[in-house]
Ligand binder design. Structure first.
Ligand code: NAD
Length: 331
């Protein structure tokens, strides 16, 4: 049997491919455009593995997607491919519309028109950012929270979620959507907070923190996200959405302080001072959402998923991984 992954050379997709091949004999067809965010080095350990078939291509190429569905007859599509960085979506929203909306649309169309295998399912991987921003005291997002996206990134992901919903209701395509909080772990591109902080710290550069540093994100170790997606693939109910989160709400400044403390312990600065001395507050992002928080009760109760890592264990693993894999930091 075979599964088809989109965006499997990116951060979460690559972790998913590696975790999958470590525990399954099933072949993975991995379709990725290799934008700046896709990196074949993430997949170096499986490049000779006959169970991994990599194809460079665009999800917006409906002909190619149709061909892949016909040739490989996957029992599932797991759709990770996206433009994913909020700041880039503010600087240039077009690619976000083209990949996240038009690309997802073309992929759904290819599936709608294909002869799919019995028990086929399509997992659409989305984000908690579609729900908008919470105040500090508001309850965490449930699956019933209204969609209130605030950035071109979250708006484009919200649009793709709506298309997925419509294709389930209108065409009965076997679809499930997951909305996950901020991920961290190995193989993340250095533009994102945690690898960027480690990268700057080791180069003795300022550690940039947007605005007041009190924006809260709910952090989940990437393998826990991948395990949740596998659980949704195995047991999720068609047409449903599942929120995924680690219950680790942290202000950005606390995340940066924790990374600095780990670096102080594992690779201290030559002058013996803390890396915290490099922290530097910079101009805030326009429309910066204050807080995201996920209520993951549904997936825990209905599908029996639980994260394995606490923030303390996951962030230690992550810092150690980047220190041992400096090419992952472009160092
Ligand atoms: N990173 C997070 O914290 C997080 C949290 C929740 C949900 N998500 C979602 O998970 C998915 C993966 O996120 P990520 O952080 O791994 O992203 P990423 O930016 O690291 O990787 C995206 C991958 O998609 C590929 N890609 C981009 N456009 C493509 C196209 N048109 N056709 C084919 N491939 C294309 C890129 O080359 C890259 O390999 C995204 O859909 C994102 O919205 C991410």
């Amino acid at each position: 049997m075979t599964i088809l992954i989109t965006g499997g050379a990116g951060f979460i997709g690559a972790n998913f491919v590696l975790d999958w091949l470590a525990q399954s004999e099933e072949t993975v067809v991995n379709l990725d455009k290799l934008t700046y965010a896709g990196n074949m080095n993430n997949l170096i350990t499986v490049q000779e593995d006959p169970r991994h078939i990599f194809i460079r291509g665009d999800i917006a190429d409906q002909g190619l997607m149709t061909q892949l569905l016909e040739i490989h007859q996957p029992r599932a599509v797991i759709h990770f491919a996206a433009e994913s960085h909020v700041d880039r979506s503010i600087a240039g929203p077009r690619e976000f519309v083209m990949t996240n909306i038009v690309g997802t649309f073309n992929l759904l169309e290819a599936c709608r028109l294909a002869k799919l295998t019995k028990d086929f399912r399509f997992i659409h991987v989305s984000t908690d950012e579609v729900y908008g921003s919470l105040d500090y005291a508001e309850p965490a997002f449930t699956e019933r929270h209204p969609y209130q996206p605030n950035s071109p990134y979250s708006a484009s992901k919200a649009a793709s979620d709506h298309l997925v919903r419509a294709y389930y209701h209108t065409y009965h395509l076997p679809l499930i959507t997951t909305n996950c909080s901020n991920n961290y772990g190995p193989y993340q591109y250095t533009e994102k907070l945690i690898p960027n902080i480690i990268h700057c710290a080791l180069l003795n550069k300022p550690l940039p923190i947007l605005g007041h540093g009190k924006n809260i994100r709910d952090w989940l170790y990437v393998s826990d996200h991948c395990a949740a997606i596998m659980q949704v693939l195995n047991k999720g109910e068609l047409g449903q959405t599942y929120n995924i989160g680690g219950g680790n709400e942290k202000p950005n400044i606390e995340v940066v302080n924790t990374v600095c403390e780990l670096l102080d312990e594992i690779e201290p600065r030559i002058d013996g001072k803390s890396y915290k001395n490099q922290i530097s507050y910079i101009a805030d992002r326009p429309g910066h959402d204050l807080r995201y928080a996920i209520n993951a009760d549904k997936i825990k109760k209905q599908l029996g998923w639980q994260p394995q890592e606490t923030f303390a264990t996951g962030i230690r693993k992550t810092v150690n991984w980047y220190l041992n894999n400096r090419n992952g930091l472009n160092l």
